[in-house]
Design a protein around this ligand. Structure first.
Ligand code: MLC
Ligand code: AMP
Length: 462
């Protein structure tokens, strides 16, 4: 069973899932999610408006119970991005909040007080559980196909690495439309059987007040907590503070260690691979390093022409991985899927890393400057550029990720064109894409630096 803790034979738990001020006992969750399952059973895929709410949890869990594939839709997505996700995924119904336009899909209400005790047969491990939309360097986001078997293997591997048990209380406030918040942070708790408390937003105050034993955050969250000594000290009683989705700056690691008395656990993952490398609860935690492969995962480094790179802790190469938690490909994109794998069956992460003899990994950066990580969100420079180029005042544009103390990288657009106001352009981006894909800054320039071939030299922009 994918969500093992929901087996009705298990003992109840009064506060199995808390989202903001809404609480579901385990039996409430099973009853209400089964009512959702009865409504969606037979559909192939459904879109779930992934607001931070118990409705989202019920919509996802109910659909998974019925063997229906879930397509989470970011609640802040602009109309064009939402339309793309709905059409590209072939979702046939919309579950959850309708404050965002359901793109013409029939709306299936999610009723927190509905109950059903029908039982559904467990779908096969090969069945697609989730289609998660994620950005590439160019073009619109692609749908990452994650099977039930991949989720089960991925969650079991991290439960083992972190000694995550039903005794834990997991706390986080991350979005429920990416693997970090949804898969690790919600489905993980429901598989392990620990309680989970979602704080709506991942603020230092909310984390401090939640009294968890296990906390998840992206580095932006941890750096905000590290700057708020009182909140950080309140986390001293937690068993593990886990950071991932982007590099955790060494000073933030050290401040958290000093303020909470425990060194954060760093781990490395991707929408396409789930979590593949992590520090272990009972292992060394080294600032700037993300640990060793989790159970079932193998990693290797390759140079530019596919030559092996030694695992000596110094040499860097393209990180390739394989393991049972990897995705099955990009929905309807056989070319992109084929390009993602090497001929001998390893997934190319697109990240550059070093691996030392003992197996510890250090993530050095991305191969392409066109994938930006801002506040832990992955944003393709190309998708933001296409939207800006469609604005009548923009003649040429280059979008880059500039180092930022709070966000890791901040999105900056260099624009050649009419000197319209910056907010006109950022608002325009938000009418098409997700709000978090807006550039933080627009810099109007006379021209963009180009090489002899006419290609923009982004490394000269910062
Ligand atoms: C944001 N704002 C802007 C803006 N961008 N205003 C003007 N121009 C822009 N370009 C607004 C916001 O709407 C918000 O307003 C305010 O500014 C503060 O924004 P912020 O600095 O972005 O803070 P916040 O909204 O609090 O977001 C920070 C964050 C968020 C850390 C909470 O980035 C976040 O949730 N990140 C998690 C991403 C994640 O889960 N990634 C996992 C991917 S999976 P207002 O009015 O709302 O306050 C993965 C795999 C793995 O990577 O390994 O896990
Ligand atoms: P996403 O597709 O949003 O799942 O983002 C995955 C990317 O996030 C990876 O390819 C890495 O570039 C980055 N990432 C995730 N975890 C870490 C980490 N611990 N350190 C550095 N980068 C990370």
């Amino acid at each position: 069973m994918l969500l093992r803790s929901l087996d009705p034979r298990n003992a109840d738990s009064a506060d199995a899932v808390v989202v903001g001020d809404e609480t579901l006992s385990r039996s409430d969750l099973v009853g209400a999610a089964t009512a959702v399952a009865e409504r969606v059973a037979g559909a192939e895929r459904v879109a779930v408006s992934a607001t931070p709410s118990v409705s989202t949890v019920l919509a996802v869990v109910g659909s998974l119970m019925a063997g229906v594939t879930v397509v989470p839709v970011p609640p802040d997505s602009g109309p064009a991005e939402r339309e793309h996700i709905v059409r590209d995924s072939g979702a046939v119904a919309w579950l959850g909040a309708v404050d965002a336009d359901p793109c013409g899909l029939p709306v299936v209400p999610v009723r927190v007080h509905a109950r059903s005790w029908h039982t559904f047969a467990e779908p096969p491990a090969s069945h697609t559980a989730l289609v998660l939309y994620t950005s590439g360097t160019t073009g619109l986001p692609k749908g990452v196909l994650l099977s039930r078997g991949a989720l089960a293997a991925g969650l079991d591997a991290l439960a083992e690495a972190w000694q995550w048990t039903p005794e834990d209380l997991l706390v986080h406030g991350l979005p429920l439309f990416h693997v970090h918040g949804l898969v690790f942070g919600m489905l993980g708790a429901l598989r392990v059987g620990s309680r989970v408390r979602h704080t709506i937003r991942p603020t230092p105050d909310a984390y401090a007040a939640a009294g968890g034993s296990l906390y998840f955050g992206v580095p932006t969250v941890w750096s905000r907590i590290a700057r708020d000594a009182e909140s950080a000290r309140a986390l001293a009683s937690a068993r593990l503070l886990v950071s991932g989705s982007a590099p955790l700056p060494v000073p933030v690691f050290e401040q958290l260690h000093a303020l909470t008395g425990s060194a954060p656990v760093e781990r490395y993952g991707m929408s396409e691979t789930l979590l593949t490398v992590s520090t272990r609860a009972d292992g060394e935690r080294r600032p700037g390093w993300v640990g060793t492969p989790v159970r079932g995962v193998e990693t290797r480094l390759r140079g530019e022409y596919g030559a092996p790179v030694p695992h000596d802790g110094e040499s860097i190469g393209g990180l390739e991985v394989r393991g049972p938690m990897l995705f099955d490909g990009y929905l309807g994109r056989p070319d992109a899927t084929a390009q993602a794998w090497t001929d001998d069956g390893w997934f190319r992460t697109g990240d550059v890393a070093a691996i030392e003899g003992g197996g510890f990994h250090r993530i050095v950066g991305r191969e392409s400057t066109d994938l930006i990580k801002t506040g832990g969100f992955r944003v393709g420079a190309g998708e933001v550029e296409s939207v800006l180029l469609a604005h009548p005042d923009v003649r040429e544009v280059a979008v880059v990720g500039v180092p930022d103390d709070d966000l890791g990288q901040r999105i900056v657009a260099f624009v050649v064109g009419e000197r319209t106001s910056a907010s006109t352009l950022t608002d325009h981006v938000a009418t098409v894409l997700s709000v978090h894909k807006r550039p933080r800054e627009i810099r109007f320039v006379e021209s963009l630096p180009r090489n002899a071939m006419g290609k923009v030299q982004k490394t000269l922009l910062s």
